[in-house]
Design a protein around this ligand. Structure first.
Ligand code: ADP
Ligand code: ZN
Length: 609
């Protein structure tokens, strides 16, 4: 079978998406391939289809047990024999799986990186023909990435142990230039073909808010987005608990997820969310890796995450089905402090030397700074994000809160001068809050204790709020008049540009949002809402199909989206297939899935007519 036939037969799709065909062709021509494609772009197909066409076995290296389980589950559902080898198997199950693999039962085998160098696995890999090694989430190999895993460094050792070097393919959704270079170098890819499709997820609306009352903001949002599925990310367990409690009290179908819950409860809550029994999830960043729930309509960040990589990854869990979805970040100054604390006390990685650890911390601080700027920029948010990931944006996307906000330009030269002067006269020894307090003329204990209330320039801008002074400080940071040091307690330092400002006459102009926003909420489509699919024509049929899907999912103990995606059900409503051929023409209905479920869904449509 050729690649098009495989795409149709197993996955039920008619066309390849951007980048997929190119990746498949390169791999089949024996060329190492490195695909950098955003979440939801369809990376799996890039290595799964060639895996089916190559003579031997494909080994897929993947960092997370949940991710492997999900993918192997989906493959077996489609009729492709696959297995995984990781620590969730008992030793006997592991040996049994290897034995089956030796007999050629699986075309695709998922392996955790730390298993690669085990004696049994090395022995196995020498006895069978391995055509390709495919590495998922390959940014984990790089210390520049946000998720460095030393076990990924063993991959090259493993490749070197093999009698014949297989084709290497590697994939990730986030790779800045440094990471890309690292991947090629560390894995010793041979003249690899690098495939980059855009990072931009056009269906996502990005927005940053700095509300006084975050809880009220969330409640207000949920009220106008009833019945939609969404994730609310919080920074700490305590906050997860508090928001979860709040939403429960208000009667929302909500569940929670963080590292402090038992394995069993986490699994249960995750399933409730995935199965749409509880479509709202309040979670820490421990939640989400490997979760491929396609109908998540919004991701709200209750706190600012530690870097853009994490933010884009977490926010990107919205709208995997390509439908309009919202990503909202609720910022407060406290988030910066909390993240700073996490960075300074990060001991996650006990494999690192002190020197390495300090290097990693410095990079983390730099990343935190860029994340903070995201919350303060008045430019297009999408543009900022794309530039961060090394792509060119459009300056105006029309689909982010900044593009939809009217700004007025304000002359902040006087405040800026006060700030610079204050930093200078206090000896460049203090952080943002203290400097803002001095200029505003606060009488806090710290200020009195340090006798800063006697300093020149104290209360020089007493009629300007502390919040506004901080906004201007952020602007000066963004424009590189001043900088923050990398220390545990970062302090403000002057850069050359600030001296030029003090001596020159140039104005500092800052864009500030006008009181009234032009559009605050773009009207979201209600197609996927849970009980009232208002704009959906045949909404009753859609509900019936969903119910059938839920029955099957419960019976087979798999998530509904593994049976069929929402998109596939919607197409069924639109085309109302009446027989096998018509059903096979629906996107997402492959032959194997037709055999399993086709008749059941045809029956629902027939009964509805
Ligand atoms: P990624 O790993 O890049 O985040 P996945 O491989 O999980 O993305 O694919 C995301 C979704 O897109 C899945 O539901 C998948 O079935 C679907 N998909 C992938 N390729 C195609 C295609 N060519 N046509 C339609 N849907 C596709
Ligand atoms: Zn924009």
């Amino acid at each position: 079978m050729n690649k098009h036939q495989l795409l149709k037969k197993y996955y039920g799709y008619d066309f390849f998406r951007e980048g997929q065909e190119e990746a498949i062709d390169n791999i089949l021509n024996g060329i190492d391939t490195f695909g950098i494609m955003p979440t939801g772009a369809g990376k799996s197909i890039c290595f799964q289809i060639p895996a089916l066409m190559l003579k031997g076995i494909t080994i897929v290296i993947s960092p997370l047990i949940s991710l492997m389980k999900d993918q192997v589950g989906a493959l077996n559902q489609m009729g492709i024999h696959a297995a995984y080898l990781n620590s969730s198997l008992t030793y006997n199950q592991y040996l049994k799986a290897l034995e089956n693999a030796k007999k050629g039962q699986y075309k695709i085998i998922y392996v955790a990186p730390e298993r690669l160098m085990s004696e049994e696995f090395v022995d196995f890999s020498r006895k069978v023909e391995i055509s390709m090694i495919s590495i998922d989430e390959v940014h984990c190999v790089s210390q520049w990435g946000q998720d460095f895993r030393p076990s990924y460094l063993k991959i090259l050792d493993f490749i070197k142990k093999m009698p014949v070097r297989p084709i290497i393919s590697a994939f990730t959704a986030t790779a800045t230039k440094d990471v890309r270079e690292d991947v090629v170098k560390i894995l010793a890819l041979q003249q690899p073909k690098i495939i980059m499709t855009g990072f931009d997820r056009k269906n996502l609306f990005f927005s940053v808010k700095a509300p006084r009352d975050k809880e009220a903001t969330i409640l207000e949002y949920l009220e106008s987005n009833l019945d939609k599925s969404g994730i609310i990310y919080c920074q700490t367990r305590k906050e997860v608990e508090a928001i979860h409690e709040l939403l429960l009290k208000k009667g929302y179908p909500v569940t929670r997820y963080h590292a402090g819950l038992s394995d069993m409860e986490r699994k249960q809550n995750q399933d409730d969310f995935i199965f749409d029994l509880k479509p709202l999830m309040v979670a820490s960043n421990a939640f989400g890796m490997g979760i491929d729930k396609s109908n998540v309509r919004f991701v709200i960040h209750y706190n600012m995450p530690k870097n853009m990589e994490s933010y884009y990854q977490e926010a990107g869990r919205a709208g995997r089905d390509g439908e309009t979805s919202q990503c909202i970040l609720l910022y407060s100054g406290k988030d910066v402090v909390t993240n700073q604390f996490f960075i300074d006390h990060n001991k996650d990685n006990d494999e690192l030397t002190d020197e390495m650890l300090e290097l990693v911390r410095n990079r983390d601080r730099e990343r935190l700074r860029k994340m903070t700027f995201y919350c303060f920029t008045t430019e297009c948010l999408r543009d900022y994000m794309l530039r961060y990931f090394g792509e060119k944006g459009n300056h105006y996307c029309g689909n982010c809160s900044n593009c939809l906000t009217q700004f007025k330009e304000e002359d902040v030269t006087e405040i800026s001068k006060s700030i610079v002067q204050c930093i200078e006269t206090t000896g460049q020894r203090f952080g943002m809050t203290l400097i803002a307090d001095v200029i505003h003329g606060s009488k806090s204990a710290r200020i009195v204790q340090l006798k800063l209330d006697h300093t020149l320039g104290y209360a020089s801008q007493s009629d300007i709020s502390v919040a506004r002074i901080k906004q201007v400080i952020n602007h000066l940071l963004l424009e590189e008049y001043i900088k923050l040091t990398d220390d545990e307690y970062p302090v403000l330092k002057l850069l050359d540009k600030s001296r030029r400002m003090m001596s020159g006459e140039n104005l500092i102009v800052m864009k500030l949002p006008k009181e009234v926003e032009r559009v605050t909420k773009p009207k979201a489509k209600a197609r996927f809402s849970f009980s009232n699919n208002r704009s959906y024509e045949n909404h009753n049929l859609f509900e019936l199909l969903r119910m059938k899907r839920m029955d099957i999912a419960r019976e087979e103990k798999i998530p509904p989206y593994i049976v069929f995606a929402d998109k596939t059900l919607i197409e069924m409503c639109q085309h109302m297939p009446a027989n096998k051929n018509e059903m096979l023409n629906i996107n997402g209905v492959g032959e194997i899935k037709y055999e399993k479920y086709g008749v059941k869904f045809l029956q629902v449509i027939e009964d509805f007519k």
